[in-house]
Design a protein around this ligand. Structure first.
Ligand code: ATP
Length: 319
């Protein structure tokens, strides 16, 4: 059996609106999700045992059964016991580049890579939607991470509709020492804004339709990058920015550095800026670095991508 290496892309949210509570305890969301070519590499090596083992040297990433990549492998073994019995366990090595607890769905991307990789390793031939249905058990962002690209996500984020590709450059900024818990962000939002939630089904549908036929989707359909940048929206900024003034300041510095638009991604604390070219993105990066010369601040430049999980060329496989 061949080892496999895959790249798993981070995501940003170009649009994130919280509509209300769902009976299952999650929030009802409307999001436009976008893959960015900031990737983790996941290596899968069959180990001849009946165990899955995680290897990762990032101090914030657990290597026990709580790792989302481990849970993805375990799910595959439970759902496809014959394949697991035939092919056995796997050593999973995660080379982390996507910052952790950053609102960039790094853990979900790792889980997505394991689902796609084990499908290949075990010769299963599962369809993308079968893999996404499995992924939905692990987390709301996993189905998106399997597909990648530009997608409209509704429900708790797992109901996906494709959108035309967005071609932009992205500058990402995150303070190394600052992480935001996704659960905290949503719970705090609920505490503060529950009175504005939409409760009845027909109003929910009306709101979904409004976004679906609205200005952001229209701008994406027309490849109108300045308009996309103008329409960036994230409800979670309402709770995360007041709690973390450094994130608010970073957002302002990005805007003043000439970004097309800037916004916090997901539950933060990563802030992203959009640019039309690599040169413009690098200029923004340099400008932010000179205004905020803080060694704790990490910055990345990457293009948007239409790929969620990419299989690396066979050169990286030890045949
Ligand atoms: P999201 O945007 O989906 O909310 P995030 O980017 O905010 O995700 P992650 O980087 O996915 O957050 O990690 C959240 C927590 O999950 C971390 O604190 C970490 O302990 C745990 N975790 C479990 N598995 C992984 C993994 N494979 N990679 C990163 N973190 C993981």
């Amino acid at each position: 059996m061949h080892p496999y290496s895959l790249l798993a892309a981070a995501k940003i949210n170009l649009y994130l609106e919280i509509l209300g509570d769902r009976p299952d305890g999650y929030h009802e969301l409307i999001m436009v999700m976008q893959s960015v070519a900031l990737t983790d590499q996941i290596d899968l090596h069959p180990n001849g045992t009946q165990l899955f083992r995680i290897h990762c040297d990032h101090p914030q990433v657990p290597t026990d059964q709580s790792n989302l990549a481990y849970r993805a492998a375990q799910l595959m073994a439970t759902e496809l016991p014959q394949a697991f019995a035939q092919f056995g366990g796997v050593d999973i090595t995660i080379h982390k580049q996507i910052p952790v607890g950053a609102g960039l769905a790094g853990g979900s991307a790792n889980a997505a890579a394991v689902l796609v990789g084990l499908d290949l390793l075990w010769n299963l031939g599962l369809t993308r939607s079968e893999l996404q249905a499995l992924g939905a058990h692990l987390g709301s962002d996993v189905p998106f991470c399997i597909a990648g690209g530009t997608l409209l996500a509704t429900g708790r984020g797992e109901a996906l509709a494709p959108l035309p590709d967005v071609h932009l450059w992205v500058v990402l900024g995150k303070y190394r020492s600052l992480s935001v818990s996704t659960a905290w962000a949503y719970q705090t939002y609920r505490q503060q804004f529950q009175s504005s939630y939409v409760w009845d089904l027909s109003s929910l549908e009306t709101r979904r339709q409004r976004v679906h036929s609205g200005t952001m989707i229209n701008a994406i359909a027309h490849g109108d990058n300045p308009q996309i940048a103008q329409l960036l929206h994230n409800d979670l900024e309402r709770v995360v920015l007041p709690a973390h003034p450094s994130v608010l300041q970073l957002r302002k510095v990005f805007q003043e550095a000439g970004a097309l638009g800037t916004m916090m991604s997901g539950s933060g604390p990563t802030v992203f800026a959009l640019a039309t070219s690599q040169t413009q993105a690098q200029q923004i990066q340099q400008q932010v670095q000179s205004v905020l010369p803080d060694p704790d601040l990490q910055l990345w430049v990457a293009p948007t991508t239409s790929t969620g999980i990419q299989l690396l060329a066979s050169g990286t496989r030890n045949d």
